[in-house]
Each structure stands twice: as C-alpha cells, then as structure tokens.
Design a protein around this ligand. Structure first.
Ligand code: SF4
Ligand code: SF4
Length: 238
C-alpha cells in the first residue's frame, strides 16, 4: 500500500468516527466515547464489569446473605485476593455463611472468575468504577460490610442477569424444601414402623392373661379303682 493510500484510509476512519459520534446514541453501536465526565456519566452496558460485590436478599445484609462460605471463589481466584472465614455457632458448629469475607481490590484484576464459579449466585461483578482512594492498602482492602449490596441494587445495574439469578435461587430453595419434606416423611414413616415393631415385641413378651374363675377348667378326677367285694361285707358269702 502506498503512503498516500494509508493516509487516505486513516482519514476515512477518522471521518467515520466523527460522523457516528453525532448520529448514534452514546456508548451504543460505536457512538461517541468522550463525555463531560464527571458531570456526564456513561450509560454502561449490562455486562460491564468492574470489581466483585456480594448480594443479599431482603433488608438484612447478614440475614439475607447468599454466600454460604463454600470458599470455591477463594480457591479459584487467580491472584488469590479473596479471604473467607466461615461463621460458627455458639457450640462451634460451622454455619453456612461467612464470618469474614474480604477482597483486596488492589490485587483483583476483574476477571469475573469468582462470579462464574459461585454456585449460589452470591458474588457478581459491580458497575461502580469510581473507586479512587488516596491510599493503596487498607483503603483498597474491602471488608464484607463494604462488599454487601442488596439484590435490588443488582437488579438496577444488571436486570437480565439478576432476574435469571432470582429464578435459580428460587429453584434451588424449592428443591431444598422438597428434599426436606421427603426426608421428614421418611423419618416419620421409619419412626412409626419402629413404634409398631416395638408394640408387637412387647405384646409377644407379655405373660398370658390369667383365666377367670368362671372359665376355670376342672381337671377330671381319676375314676376310682374298682375293688373286689369284701368277704366280711354284709353282702358277702360268709
Ligand atoms: S474478579 Fe477475578 S481477581 Fe477479582 S476477586 Fe474475582 S476471581 Fe479474584
Ligand atoms: S461467594 Fe459464592 S463461591 Fe464464594 S464462598 Fe460465597 S457461596 Fe462460595
């Protein structure tokens, strides 16, 4: 390609970009990419991703947190910037929610792997990109309270994904409820069976009931042995 043709091609591209910036909606179909930021905010596409956040349902962040502290995201995160400690109850038994869930955003590379591997629709990628801080350490180390955001927020930034996630959450809860009902029914049937077997065993082990007086069976007396007539008896021959 000659030098003149290259310059001409570049001018065509420049003119095309200038034309589309005035004729297409912003941030759609290759429209204008320069905004009067921060007065003007870009309209982000649904699949835009910045850093991860945790989702909770309802009004109570810890009551409605979806994360079960399964730690799959922690294991799969390529730069290992997620730190999770599972919650325990007063008897030391593990509870299915995190006690600690931190992400070091100074390390996170927005790869979205954590969101893709999460089996509970609990961690998703945020749209919030205005995260500049004056420090590089604690300022960018996000604790759980900073990561938690309501499902309504998720719907506001990614309605398509949020609706699909809601359906998945409902289906899982329904499956869990059906399995629990089945388990309870099986336990109840087993308990009833055990009770019936116990009652049968008790009946077999009990002594036979004593017969009543009226029903007493009198053993027949043995018939008296026949005696030969005595000689001194009055009816004797002598
Ligand atoms: S987006 Fe990637 S790097 Fe960031 S926390 Fe998730 S898995 Fe780790
Ligand atoms: S965010 Fe998801 S993958 Fe990570 S620990 Fe919680 S439930 Fe598991």
């Amino acid at each position: 390609m000659s030098f003149g043709a290259g310059v001409l091609k570049g001018l065509v591209v420049t003119f095309k970009n200038m034309w589309t910036s005035y004729t297409t909606p912003r941030f759609q179909s290759g429209g204008v990419t320069t905004l009067l930021y921060p007065e003007e905010k870009p309209q982000l596409r649904e699949n835009f991703r910045q850093f991860p956040f945790l989702i909770y349902d309802g009004d109570d962040p810890m009551g409605g947190i979806r994360c079960t502290a399964c730690k799959i995201c922690e294991q799969e995160c390529p730069p290992q910037c997620i730190f999770i400690i599972q919650e325990k109850d007063e008897r030391g038994k593990p509870v299915q929610r995190p006690k600690v869930f931190d992400i070091d955003m100074s390390i996170c590379m927005s790869c979205q792997i954590c969101a893709e591997v999460c089996p509970f629709e609990a961690i998703r990628m945020d749209h919030d990109f205005e995260l500049s801080e004056y420090g590089r350490f604690s300022e960018l180390y996000y604790r759980m309270d900073r990561l938690l955001k309501p499902n309504t927020y998720y719907h506001s930034i990614k309605p398509t994904d949020a609706t699909a996630d809601d359906a998945a959450v409902r289906a899982r809860e329904e499956k869990k409820r059906a399995a629990e009902e089945k388990r309870r029914a099986a336990a109840a049937a087993k308990a009833a069976e055990a009770k019936a077997a116990e009652a049968t065993a008790a009946a077999d082990a009990a002594p036979a009931p004593a017969a009543s007086a009226g029903d007493a069976v009198v053993a027949p007396r043995p018939a008296p042995a026949s005696q030969p007539p005595s000689e001194s008896s009055p009816g004797g021959l002598g």
